[in-house]
Design a binder for this molecule. Sequence first.
Ligand code: KG4
Ligand code: ZN
Length: 337
Amino acid sequence: MCTYILGIETSCDDTSAAVLSDNRLLSNIIASQKVHALYGGVVPELASRAHQQNIIPVIDAALKNAGITKEQLSAIAFTRGPGLLGALLVGTSFAKAMALGLKIPLIEIDHLQAHVLSHFIYDENKKQPEFPFLCLTVSGGHSQIEIIKDYFDFEKIGETIDDAAGEAFDKAAKIMGLPYPGGPLVDKFAQLGNANAFTFPHPRIQGFNYSFSGLKTSFLYFVRDKIKEDTDFINNNLNDLCASIQKTIVDVLMDKLIKASEFTKIKTIAIAGGVSANSGLREALETESKKRNWQLFIPPFEFCTDNAAMVGIAGYYKFKMGNFSDQSAVPYARRIK
Ligand code: KG4
Ligand code: ZN
């Protein structure tokens, strides 16, 4: 008999619910909160309120699209953290109440593990990565390289010491006057620009760690100085600015990933998280893979940014292990391990 897992994701500004039958995705509904664009970033209180409004219709739509009733569910998986506490509370409380009402197991999921495990959502046209593999997880809140030894056995070998890669994209976009989240727009304009038009310094950080806050500052000063010479500098150079800053971020990400692969001798490479949607990063990965004989795993676009399908697949593997939570589960803003 197959299992039906409901996944619920509310860690940041996307309210999402998905239903999986074993490892096969039946539905994946995402309500992205537009309200934050007005403020140039996610406003935590507004995110919580929007989750509260969205959660019932989103779960309802996920069940309807999957063609099942809530009584058929085997378990409910929810993102327990990391993320915005008030946002996580909405999904956590809802999952707990629903699991209690339906008398089915409750499964807590770590958001970053879920990003990585999105590679295991069944796709008849795609192979799945074999353990151990290296995963570069790059999102709006995190940038890290991990050795993935098993479904829930991850060893972090490098991470950002300040801003995440997604933040670097979003902050550069903000400096150029682009709305939040700026990452996808930088990607779009970069495709029309010259990536070698401007150069920005690469951080010198030890090991496999990253740092992006210096890049943001040098980009800010560079643009500010140029505006003194030409008040329309941003408009006149938007595509080149986007292409150049994107190339710098991608080069920095790739540099450590290549070093990590050389050091660990692992050639199965995966990426995950919102920034894995970036076309420059995908292209750089394809190029390096050919050069270095990597076996590369890039998630489909729909599983790059936040979604509940990845929570559902992580839930499926925990369900098989009998790894359940109880009603005492509370959200965590930062990763506990
Ligand atoms: O994983 P995610 O949806 O949320 C977090 O867990 O943070 O990642 C969101 C981040 C944002 O910073 C967004 O600008 C960035 O991913 N992002 C991109 C692209 N698509 C999303 N950055 C660069 N290029 C993209 N195409
Ligand atoms: Zn995420």
